[in-house]
Design a protein around this ligand. Structure first.
Ligand SMILES: NC(=O)c1ccc[n+]([C@@H]2O[C@H](COP(=O)([O-])OP(=O)(O)OC[C@H]3O[C@@H](n4cnc5c(N)ncnc54)[C@H](O)[C@@H]3O)[C@@H](O)[C@H]2O)c1
Length: 257
């Protein structure tokens, strides 16, 4: 028996990194997963790979900043699978600029993709969960919502956006508890994914050297799967009485801050 048997999940940013890991883990645990992302070729490849291995998966293009696109994804998920049990708001970007270097365009872009999208996704999907009588939402924040400096990758806008995800999660947990909809945030520390590669880091070992002395646990960097399994716990019925929580997956980094 799988931990997500008969569940239907939408995951954003699922073409890469933690979103892709979450999709693969959810499918292995019995869920039907709608993988979404803006990067269509990688997204389609990811869903095809899962289907080839016998998993239930569909790829749908979604720009998380676009309300109409969100509605299309939710409607298509209902058409295909009849309900939505799980939403993982995982998509995100990072731009390393401090307060003085941040321009309006950078600020708005990071806030739109990393924070506004989370509100938008919940706004569109929660009515379907209400109809269904329950749901679980997992919002990806960061340890950059808890402490400053290196934990934010030195990004002012990212730190603000991830802080917003943390507090909005708690607000939503209060607003929709009566509907049996649980809303939690996950706070990864440094994790070797596409985001790290875009910042020019080539290997996990190289990234570990940068973060040695931050996390307590060697190799000081997480794998995408370390976060995917956190998504799994919060999405599953095992977390039946857990809502408004922040699950920190950082190898102990913030316990020393
Ligand atoms: N990697 C880390 O060290 C780290 C640490 C803390 C938090 N996070 C967060 O984890 C989440 C996943 O990031 P990751 O590390 O797996 O990075 P990643 O770059 O591998 O994956 C992010 C995905 O989001 C997608 N995306 C970007 N803009 C989008 C948009 N407008 N609409 C839809 N999809 C979009 C990208 O195409 C990509 O596939 C992000 O929210 C990120 O901020 C990452």
């Amino acid at each position: 028996m799988g931990r997500l048997d008969n569940k239907v999940a939408i995951i954003t940013g699922a073409a890469s990194g933690m979103g892709l890991s979450g999709a693969q883990i959810f499918v292995r645990e019995g869920a039907s997963v709608v993988l979404t992302d803006v990067v269509e070729d990688k997204l389609n490849k990811a869903a095809e790979e899962i289907k080839k291995n016998g998993g239930k998966a569909t790829a749908i293009k979604l720009d998380v900043t676009d309300p109409e696109n969100w509605q299309q994804v939710a409607d298509r998920t209902i058409e295909l699978y009849g309900k939505i049990d799980i939403l993982v708001n995982n998509a995100g970007i990072h731009i390393a600029k401090g307060i003085l270097d941040t321009d309006m365009e950078t600020w708005n872009k990071v806030m739109d993709i990393d924070a506004t999208s989370v509100w938008l996704g919940m706004k569109i999907v929660i009515p379907f969960m209400q109809k269904n009588g329950s749901g679980s939402i997992v919002n990806t924040s960061s340890i950059g919502a808890l402490v400053g400096g290196t934990a934010t990758g030195w990004s002012a806008a990212y730190s603000a956006a991830k802080g917003a995800v943390r507090s909005l999660t708690k607000f939503a947990a209060q607003e929709f508890g009566k509907d049996h909809i649980r809303v939690n945030s996950v706070h990864p520390g440094s994790t070797f994914t596409g985001m790290a590669q875009e910042a020019g880091i080539k290997t996990k070992e190289e990234m570990g050297k940068v973060y040695d002395g931050k996390a307590a646990l060697p190799p000081f960097v997480a794998d995408a799967d370390d976060i995917g399994y956190a998504y799994l716990y919060l999405a599953s019925d095992e977390a039946n009485f857990v809502t408004g929580e922040e699950l920190v997956v950082d190898g102990g980094w913030t316990t020393n801050s």
